[in-house]
Design a binder for this molecule. Structure first.
Ligand SMILES: NC(=O)c1ccc[n+]([C@@H]2O[C@H](COP(=O)([O-])OP(=O)(O)OC[C@H]3O[C@@H](n4cnc5c(N)ncnc54)[C@H](OP(=O)(O)O)[C@@H]3O)[C@@H](O)[C@H]2O)c1
Length: 335
């Protein structure tokens, strides 16, 4: 198939990630034949503005799915499990934002800056990681270029858009005085809770297990120890993470800074930049992972502490998916 015939399906086009995928797609220079927007039955027929034109939301029936060469899927795990295999059966390629396939052996789980080569072994479905895993593995991978990272203790500060559009609306309503909470167990306005996704038997949450297991798969490192605490905060867009890393060697700070600066997709903020450290209000709408507050532990020079923020809907989701598509095109994997 020639690339000038690429038909792209955005599944979940009315959602938080799907809307961002369309925005980013409109700036890309792919030779696209057509973009198809899909959502649930209740949205079928809705019009979505795209480059001054309108996309009509379609139903995910087979006749429509057959038209797709590449599908970017941003829906729940259950819906993704129904749709992805059908699209692959019809000859399409699926890039899935959700957790349905991430840990399947036959599915590459990809952050292109870290493990682009694993795309070569795809069998039709490729997954992107959880939005907290992506900036974490990029940071670990940067350090792995100069030493070995053996242990990571990470606390996340996760925006409500990580839960989808409904959670953003719930925070906005609560900020206007509503006391109703339907998406979360507790009010999120003026609050934080150390609870993202369901609790597991071992006391960790599913989100924390995702960070551990996905990081190991992407880094191809089963030995690394990752200890996460995932926290939801009343921020609309932009996840942050406080990270402590045990390094095998005592690396001079200037070498650490240089390595992070040279890493594709990472930017350092410090007292010489517009803002002295990363914050969601600064990183919203931006492509990069922003790192700041880099410092060594006072008693252990092999231990590094840093803070990062990144837009969970962009690098944490839609941009990573599109970079996978860029990479698959570059690697001649879209036939
Ligand atoms: N938000 C993030 O930061 C983030 C980051 C990485 C990965 N992800 C993953 O991306 C996925 C989507 O997240 P989101 O935040 O965009 O959620 P969202 O805002 O709740 O959007 C969900 C989308 O799924 C559509 N949908 C629901 N049922 C459907 C069906 N039966 N058939 C087709 N479409 C259906 C919805 O359409 P209607 O509008 O018609 O209901 C909507 O477009 C999730 O798996 C999430 O884990 C999210």
């Amino acid at each position: 198939m020639k690339l000038d015939k690429l038909n792209i399906g955005i599944i979940g086009a009315t959602g938080a990630v799907g809307a961002q995928a369309l925005k980013l797609l409109s700036k890309r220079k792919y030779p696209i034949q057509k973009i198809f927007a899909f959502a649930s039955k209740k949205s079928v027929g809705k019009k979505i503005n795209y480059l001054g034109d309108f996309l009509t939301v379609l139903e995910t029936i087979d006749d429509n799915l057959k038209k797709i060469d590449v599908a970017l899927i941003s829906v729940s795990t259950e819906v993704s499990k129904q749709l992805a295999p059908r699209i692959v059966d019809f000859g399409g390629i699926v890039i899935d934002d959700g957790s349905a396939y991430r840990m399947e052996k036959y599915v590459p789980l990809v952050v292109p800056e870290v493990n682009e080569k694993s795309l070569d072994f795809h069998k039709g479905i490729v997954s992107i990681p959880n939005c907290t895993t992506t900036p974490l593995v990029m940071t670990i991978d940067a350090f792995n270029k100069i030493t070995n990272v053996s242990k990571v203790i990470v606390s996340t500060y996760q925006a409500v858009s990580g839960t989808g559009q409904a959670a953003v609306k719930e925070l906005e309503n609560q900020q206007l005085g509503s006391k109703i909470n339907e998406v979360y167990d507790y009010n999120i306005a003026n609050n934080v809770f150390p609870h993202v996704d369901d609790f597991m038997e071992d006391g960790f949450t599913k989100e924390e297990h995702k960070m551990i297991n996905e990081s190991k798969k992407i880094l191809d490192d089963q030995m690394i120890e990752i200890v996460p605490t995932c926290v939801r905060v009343p921020v609309k867009i932009g996840h942050s993470e406080s990270i402590t890393m045990q390094l095998e060697d005592n690396i001079p700070m200037n070498k650490i800074i240089k390595t992070l600066e040279e890493y594709e997709g990472i930017k350092i903020l410090d007292k010489s930049t517009d803002f002295p450290y990363p914050m969601p209000l600064y990183t919203e709408g931006k492509n990069d992972v922003f790192i700041g507050r880099i410092r060594k532990s006072l008693k252990n020079p092999n231990e590094i502490n840093l803070w990062l923020s990144c837009d969970n809907l962009i690098k944490g989701a839609a941009l990573n998916a599109l970079q996978i598509l860029d990479s698959m095109i570059k690697r001649d994997l879209i036939k």
